[in-house]
Design a protein around this ligand. Structure first.
Ligand code: NAD
Ligand code: MG
Length: 397
């Protein structure tokens, strides 16, 4: 039965104004719009015009801007529409509290953690684009979803591919999971060449059109680092079962290797709408108007080993996986600070990984996360240390 054949699925979209959010609204249109999905809430941040437009055209009950100072602007945009308006952290909490069967979690960064966790605790099924939730809160987040009674369905293209390639009855026969990586715009560059790049160059991804943070993260391969940790929590595999292979065409979205030597993979043109549609219509496979693969035109697929010397983020992910505990949260928080500093041209491209590594080493003795408060405390301390290192780095430059 497709969503829409019965009552519409109630869906909240966290981060509707972003790249994933806009693709989500496009997929919903393709899947029958309001006949199939009743939109509870849309949330955004700075772009209140777009948010208001989305709220009206999707018929949302509530629109939330994460930015307190934009409350009145959003209220003005939506006056007379009958759509409720809220702002800030309390607005996001209100969004998470609205009844929803499904939540598209597409806020960027650790800002997505609190509302997604709250929605998971209420029992919504989480279509998870925000990988930072899993990297920082790991098993606590997975447990919250399980306890709430919903499901966790990955939207990240690699993890959607693995999810689709996992044979539920054969979990014990999974030997390894192989994450593919495009290698980003600097795949063939030397470190010396990367030293002076700007955010504008770093965000120009060869295959995918995405938000700023993930685009820069693809260039530094920090995005792949987050995805390695994301995979551990989503699929319950050991760190040594997680491999990364560079595949510049981004056609194979990831693979699962089994004990009989078989590899099962999911392929497609690089278009996030396939993974989004899979997560929204789950357990069905929707009919989507996306480009079809033409193997004759493609003619070849290339692969190469990742280079951890030029892309130290991959090495940091291994370290975080081996050390376990709160190292994922620490790595993620430190890099988020370093990423913002890079975008503001306060530090260079290569300093991002240096700062993340230094903060991880300084906080090596931080214990396990027993509660979310432990996660928030480690996150805050890692941010504080990273900000100090950014300032030192600026002085030295
Ligand atoms: P984006 O920057 O395009 O959009 C981010 C969304 O979050 C926007 O709606 C923005 O308004 C909102 N937002 C920004 N700061 C906020 C804050 N402080 N509080 C609340 N909301 C805030 O990002 P994106 O590329 O759509 O990525 C969203 C998430 O999905 C990220 O975690 C990313 O890693 C993941 N993801 C994205 C892609 C992709 O193709 N874009 C692929 C896989 C995974
Ligand atoms: Mg991905």
């Amino acid at each position: 039965m497709m969503a829409g054949e019965n009552a519409p699925r109630r869906l909240s979209i966290f981060g509707s104004t972003g790249s994933i959010g806009q693709n989500t609204l496009d997929v919903i249109e393709q899947l029958g719009g309001r006949k199939s999905y009743e939109i509870s809430v849309v949330t955004g941040n700075a772009n209140v015009e777009l948010l208001a437009h989305q709220a009206k055209s999707a018929g949302a009950r509530l629109a939330v801007t994460a930015s307190d100072e934009r409350y009145h602007a959003l209220k003005a945009e939506l006056s007379g529409s009958g759509i409720a308006v809220a702002a800030g952290a309390s607005g996001l909490a209100e969004a998470a509290d609205l009844e929803a069967d499904w939540v598209m979690a597409a806020i960027v960064g650790t800002a997505g953690l609190a509302p997604t966790l709250a929605a998971a605790r209420k029992g919504a099924t989480i279509a998870l684009a925000n990988k930072e939730c899993l990297v920082s809160a790991g098993d606590l987040f997975v447990d919250a979803v399980a306890k709430g009674g919903g499901r966790l369905i990955p939207v990240d293209s690699e993890h959607s591919a693995i999810f689709q390639s996992l044979d539920e009855g054969q979990r014990h026969a999974v030997e390894r999971i192989i994450l593919t990586a495009s290698g980003g715009p600097f795949r063939t560059w030397s470190r010396a060449d990367m030293a002076n790049v700007t955010a504008a160059t770093a965000r120009a991804h060869p295959n995918w059109s995405m938000g700023l943070k993930i685009s820069v993260g693809s260039a530094s391969m920090f995005n792949k680092a987050l995805e390695m940790i994301e995979a551990k929590h989503l699929f319950g595999v050991r760190p040594d079962q997680i491999e990364v292979i560079v595949h510049p065409q981004s056609i194979i979205h990831s693979m699962v290797g089994y004990t009989d030597g078989s590899i099962i993979a999911q392929l497609g043109c690089p278009d996030m709408r396939t993974a989004i549609g899979y997560a929204l219509d789950y357990p069905h496979r929707p009919k989507l108007n996306v480009e079809r693969l033409d193997f004759a035109k493609l003619s070849r697929l290339d692969f190469e080993a990742p280079d951890e010397e030029r892309f130290p983020a991959l090495r940091l992910a291994r370290t975080a996986l081996e050390r376990g505990g709160l190292q994922g949260a620490i790595m993620n928080a430190a890099e988020e600070i370093a990423f913002h500093a890079f975008v503001e041209e306060r530090i260079g491209f290569l300093a991002m990984a240096d700062i993340a590594e230094a903060v991880m080493d300084k906080m090596i003795a931080t214990g396990e996360a027993k509660t979310m408060d432990d996660v928030f405390a480690a996150d805050a301390e890692a941010r504080r240390l990273a900000a100090e290192l950014v300032a030192l780095n600026e002085k030295a430059a």
